[in-house]
Design a protein around this ligand. Structure first.
Ligand code: ADP
Length: 552
């Protein structure tokens, strides 16, 4: 249905209604015309029958007059009612298409023998005395005719010639039939031609049909014209307007001058919707325009920033290059001579005779400070490598017990120097873990050197390693009973170059990079570092190795 236009549906519906009404009208008109014609012919036949009956009665009543001679004697002239009736009928029929005749099952004359229609009528009269007439369109001498038959009632006058006893010769010289008053004395049969009436029916039907066609066509044309002007045309205009809107031309307005009330309301609604859309679209366009302008400006700003970034990037690349050059320079130009200084200071200290104590002390100081300087340079180099992303980390099974031994080896002299007890303890259930041996050792050394450094003489530093039962991680714990760290500094001490006491007159030397390195080494290996401390009571640094890094 969606593909068929409203106009087509409308035309098909109109045509269907028209065709059905036309057919019904033709059938109805034909039937009613035929009924009317039949009624008219029946009435005509009845009139003929009454007339013939009147002739018959007249002759019956006039018998005495007719058969009385001039001298007053009775002289039968043979002009009886039957003969006159038949003769009048014959005369009437002659020269016309009408036929009036009398018939009987046992006629005295052969030509009065009943044909098929008449025999049927006589049978029905004999069978039922209440039936007095019979009619139908039936064949007569090879053509369709309106046939009418009326029963002839037997009265006393009939019995004279046709009554009892049967076989007795009547006044006309014929044998009597033996009728009684109950008998049917035959029938008057009337034949009326159909041609004229049928022609009249045809003419009437044709006239009515033409009239009907003219009326319906006129009505159809008016209905179609009205619907086209008041419905289809405005709808078509709306369709075109919708198409225009679909193409983006929203400034459309329809004229509802020729539209019916309902369509006019629809057009009004359409016009207001189109106007609203037009306004919204206009506003949208403005907004899009302004947003596009904003975007353009933002784009220009971005381009400017990109240029600045590119410039900064170039600068950064230069600085990185410079840093890298500086690193290799520091690595080569500072570490090489410093290593030589330390070696020569060691050799000179060992070669110093026992009686030159002050000279020995000087070599010791040179060696110690050079060591500090070398450690500082190493820290700085590591930090710089970390920034450059060139820090490499091994991930291989390592025995933490071995690391603790190594740390103890390097840290014991320092602890002795600061008069601090340095003890280590490794639980027997500590497993092998994956990590970088050197970096882990360096982390523990940094923590241990800090702990020794910030613990007064006579204090204790303990490095212990065990497994945390709660989560299966391995914990490396560096505890001291030194000066402690204030709560507000506990997070900041891991920042680069941060020192709690950063004054030039500070008691403890250092670069402020040790803990920063500890945290970065922990991060690259997947470890974590935390601190707990109380001023004046000591600090505990814990490195946690998650259970996922345990070997096996
Ligand atoms: P530094 O070279 O100064 O030791 P670190 O990064 O190793 O640099 O430490 C930063 C600061 O944290 C130290 O200067 C010190 O003030 C504080 N600190 C580190 N470890 C301890 C500790 N065990 N006890 C008290 N303070 C500490």
């Amino acid at each position: 249905m969606k593909k068929i236009s409203l106009k087509t549906i409308y035309l098909v519906a109109l045509s269907a209604v028209f065709s059905v009404s036309f057919l019904m009208f033709v059938v109805f008109d034909l039937q009613s015309q035929q009924k009317q014609t039949e009624a008219a012919m029946l009435e005509e036949a009845r009139t003929f029958a009454r007339e013939m009956d009147a002739v018959w009665q007249f002759m019956d009543n006039s018998q005495t007059v007719i058969n009385t001679a001039v001298d007053g004697s009775y002289e039968f002239k043979g002009l009886h009612c039957s003969k006159v009736g038949k003769s009048v009928g014959a005369l009437f029929s002659k020269g016309s298409d009408y036929t009036i005749r009398y018939t009987n099952f046992n006629p005295r004359n052969v030509q009065d023998e009943p044909d098929g229609f008449e025999a049927k009528a006589l049978e029905s009269f004999n069978a039922d005395s209440s039936i007095t007439e019979h009619y139908e369109v039936a064949d007569f001498q090879g053509a369709e005719r309106f046939r009418y038959a009326q029963a002839l009632e037997v009265d006393k006058s009939c019995l004279e010639c046709h009554g009892e006893p049967a076989g007795e010769i009547d006044i006309t010289g014929k044998a009597k039939e033996g009728w009684t008053l109950d008998s049917v004395g035959g029938a008057i049969s009337i034949v009326i031609p159909l041609d004229q009436q049928q022609q009249a029916v045809r003419d009437n039907v044709v006239r009515d049909v033409v009239y009907f066609l003219l009326i319906t066509l006129l009505i159809g044309a008016v209905v179609y014209a009205v619907t086209t002007v008041f419905v289809f045309r405005p709808l078509n205009c709306m369709k075109l307007a919708f198409a225009e809107m679909g193409e983006g031309r929203l400034a459309v307005s329809l004229d509802d001058a020729n539209a019916a009330k309902e369509i006019s309301r629809l057009i009004e609604r359409f016009n207001s919707t189109a106007a609203e859309l037009h306004a919204i679209y206009g506003h949208l366009e403005e907004q899009v325009e302004s947003r596009t302008d904003d975007l353009r400006k933002a784009n220009t700003a971005l381009e400017r920033q990109r240029d600045t970034l590119e410039h900064l990037n170039t600068e950064l690349a230069k600085e990185t290059q410079f840093k890298s050059d500086l690193l290799s320079m520091v690595n080569h130009e500072l570490r090489t001579p410093l290593t030589s200084i330390i070696t020569f200071a060691q050799i000179s200290r060992e070669a110093c005779p026992p009686d030159r104590e002050s000279e020995r002390h000087s070599w010791e100081e040179i060696e110690k400070n050079s060591q500090i300087l070398l450690a500082m340079i190493n820290d700085m180099l590591d930090i710089a490598r970390s920034d450059a992303g060139s820090i490499r980390t091994a991930c291989e099974p390592m025995d933490l017990g071995d690391i603790v031994c190594a740390v103890k080896g390097t840290m014991t002299p320092l602890a002795q120097k600061y008069s601090v007890a340095f003890c280590t303890q490794v639980s027997s259930d500590v497993p092998l873990v994956n990590g970088d041996f050197e970096k882990t050792q360096r982390m523990l050394e940094n923590l241990a050197s800090n702990a020794i450094k910030f613990t007064p003489d006579g204090g204790t530093v303990e490095l212990s390693i065990n497994v945390d039962e709660s989560d299966g991680s391995v914990r490396m714990r560096m505890a001291d009973d030194g000066i402690g760290i204030a709560p507000e500094d506990q997070e900041r001490i891991f920042e680069r170059f941060f020192q709690v006491d950063s004054t030039s007159t500070r008691k403890y030397n250092g670069s402020g990079l040790g803990l920063a390195l500890v945290r970065e080494y922990a991060a690259v290996q997947g470890f974590s570092v935390s601190v707990e401390s109380e001023l004046g009571r000591g600090s505990i640094f814990v490195i946690s190795i998650p259970s996922g890094l345990i070997v096996g």
